[in-house]
Design a protein around this ligand. Sequence first.
Ligand SMILES: *[C@@H]1O[C@H](CO)[C@@H](O)[C@H](O)[C@H]1NC(C)=O
Ligand SMILES: *[C@@H]1O[C@H](CO)[C@@H](O)[C@H](O)[C@H]1NC(C)=O
Length: 330
Amino acid sequence: MNMFIILMVAVAAVSGSKDQIVNLANGDPKIMLGLFNMFQYEYGKEYAPSERRLRLANFRQFVKDAARYNEEDEDVTYGITMFADLTEAEAENMRGFNATGMNDDDDVYEQAEVNPKFNLGANHQSRYGPAKNQANTNACWAFAATAVLEGHTSIKNRRYTALSEQEVADCTSGSTVARGGMHNKALEAVRRTGHLATSASYPFTYRDGYSCNTRHQNALPFRITGVYKVNGDNGLAAALSAGPVAVGMGFDRQLSAYRGGVYSNRSCMSVQNHAVTAVGYTSSYWIVRNSYGTGWGERGHVRFTRSYQNMCHISSYSFYIRTQSNGEVE
Ligand SMILES: *[C@@H]1O[C@H](CO)[C@@H](O)[C@H](O)[C@H]1NC(C)=O
Ligand SMILES: *[C@@H]1O[C@H](CO)[C@@H](O)[C@H](O)[C@H]1NC(C)=O
């Protein structure tokens, strides 16, 4: 086949539709190779020559799986994402939340009514800024918590400011960038320090090993009066009307190929391994911001159906904050 045609098909497929992926998975091996080259280019992937064969094999399997998901699940589009060349172990290493560890101090958290004077409505995703990228770290918990703090800052200041996941990670004891952690502990850490640097003054370094320093330039003050656990789906909706909510969820291989639509496949219920941030809802779905960049899902977000309670565990380990600026004084 003509190289130009292969390239054009590959370009279409990297951002492609359901049918394109299905055709490709069953099509010419040369097209698969063209697609793989495009993927490498688009995601900036570089491999040692000895590694390339393994990566291509992973990629081919991922495209085949994405094609099958597209055929079996009408409502959702699946395709190529940053996970396409990874082994399952590598992908699992980017889901750094462990619900088992959380059960120990579950009941420390009370529920609090959302202040009715501070009801923004259901969907204010646009205020909360773009999805970020944790890359191949286990820092989802720090990103989930930081997105909550960004949301509150944005509501208060009427302007989005990217905040520092690195400082959140440095200041949360017992949680790490390399091995994972707890989004509620991260929120507690900022409640204690009362400050958080901007991303611009203290960017994410993808590493552990820095001490907790709350004196970065341009650090923003936080007067957090409490970290609270939501009570089921109704509690999640109520909490969302006052700001974003850090959520522990189940993220499986099928979700790693998600490119858009209202997600309703319940295979995600078999795990509880990832932390994200719920940012809004309608009567039929939740809107969730992930930390896998803007290339995954709907510009980095996913919509989960509300037809099932607790879809993908969205309300099992979900935490919100109240601050003095949203009308709360201790
Ligand atoms: C989930 O998706 C898989 C693969 O597409 C499909 O086989 C299965 O029937 C789906 N399950 C549900 C509950 O939707
Ligand atoms: C999760 O936490 C539990 C209890 O703290 C621990 O035994 C288990 O090994 C952890 N699992 C992972 C995958 O880290």
